[in-house]
Design a protein around this ligand. Structure first.
Ligand SMILES: NC(=O)c1ccc[n+]([C@@H]2O[C@H](COP(=O)([O-])OP(=O)(O)OC[C@H]3O[C@@H](n4cnc5c(N)ncnc54)[C@H](OP(=O)(O)O)[C@@H]3O)[C@@H](O)[C@H]2O)c1
Length: 248
């Protein structure tokens, strides 16, 4: 039996956000709560931040829960979505926000780092898509967070594992968009450039060297793109760079 349409369920739509307790994920959770979603914040280690977020969302009128998961573990992801199936009973929107960046030169790239990055950023996103789709009604959505500059598949000596994971996420996004279009499920990607909280942000006077708009992106810049996609009923399989023209 499929997941009931929202009107029949008489409920707010449910958004699940991975890596939702802090930084960009937290901002997206709050933005979705304000838009009318009940929010399930998935976190790994930031339990206190996740509980504080749940309080803030609840105070704003949203239903909210925080659940611990390691997205790189198939069993952990299966267990958390089974919990969501029992409690929320549906996933109207999945945001794959987890994205670990531990850059090393490719000539010194440790296989453990490779496995961890691919496991969390790519396999983890797929595990979440797999389980979310079984709880998703027709017309649901998946949005994955990538990294701008993907289309060129440019050689990056530092962080090859990260760029492989994000490029793979784009390929997965496009395949799922094609595969689930018959159910009007839309699958898209948002690719930030360098956000204001980036760990390797250039100095303000050097920002214009790689970013034509010459400023770091804000968390709200990314949220704006998410809200665009939520409304854009004819957009699927797309990647939106939110990057000030990064490396055009
Ligand atoms: N910040 C930027 O400048 C920038 C630029 C381009 C793209 N992006 C992308 O935007 C997204 C968010 O960036 P961010 O900087 O806000 O991310 P972040 O702080 O590095 O990570 C987000 C969260 O991911 C969670 N996480 C990591 N591994 C996990 C695992 N195995 N299982 C479950 N959760 C896990 C962590 O949760 P806990 O804290 O609970 O452990 C962490 O808080 C990422 O996909 C990133 O690649 C960011």
């Amino acid at each position: 039996m499929g997941v009931a349409p929202l009107a029949a369920a008489g409920r707010r739509p449910v958004a699940v956000v991975t890596g939702g307790a802090r930084r960009l994920g937290r901002h997206l959770c709050l933005s979705l709560g304000a838009r009318g979603y009940d929010v399930v914040c998935l976190y790994r280690a930031s339990g206190e931040d996740a509980l504080a977020l749940v309080s803030e969302l609840s105070a704003g009128g949203a239903g909210a829960r925080a659940l611990q998961v390691d997205v790189s573990s198939r069993a952990s992801v299966a267990a958390v979505f089974a919990d969501i199936g029992r409690h929320e009973g549906r996933v109207d929107l999945l945001v794959n926000n987890v994205g670990n960046y531990n850059p090393q030169d490719v000539t010194a790239l440790d296989p453990d780092v490779w496995d961890a990055t691919i496991g969390a950023n790519l396999s983890g996103a797929y595990y979440c898509c797999y389980h979310a789709l079984s709880l998703m009604p027709d017309g649901g959505q998946i949005v994955s967070i990538g990294m701008a500059g993907l289309e060129g598949i440019r050689a990056n000596r530092r962080g090859a594992d990260y760029y492989v994971s994000k490029t793979g996420l784009l390929v997965l996004t496009r395949a799922l968009a094609a595969g689930y279009a018959d159910r009007q499920i839309r699958v898209n990607m948002i690719s930030p450039g360098q956000l204001e909280n980036s760990i390797d942000l250039p100095s303000p006077d050097q920002m214009g060297d790689t970013v034509p708009l010459a400023r770091a992106g804000t968390l709200e810049d990314v949220a704006q793109a998410l809200h665009y996609l939520l409304d854009a009923s004819y957009v699927t399989g797309a990647n939106i760079d939110v990057a000030g023209g990064y490396r055009l």
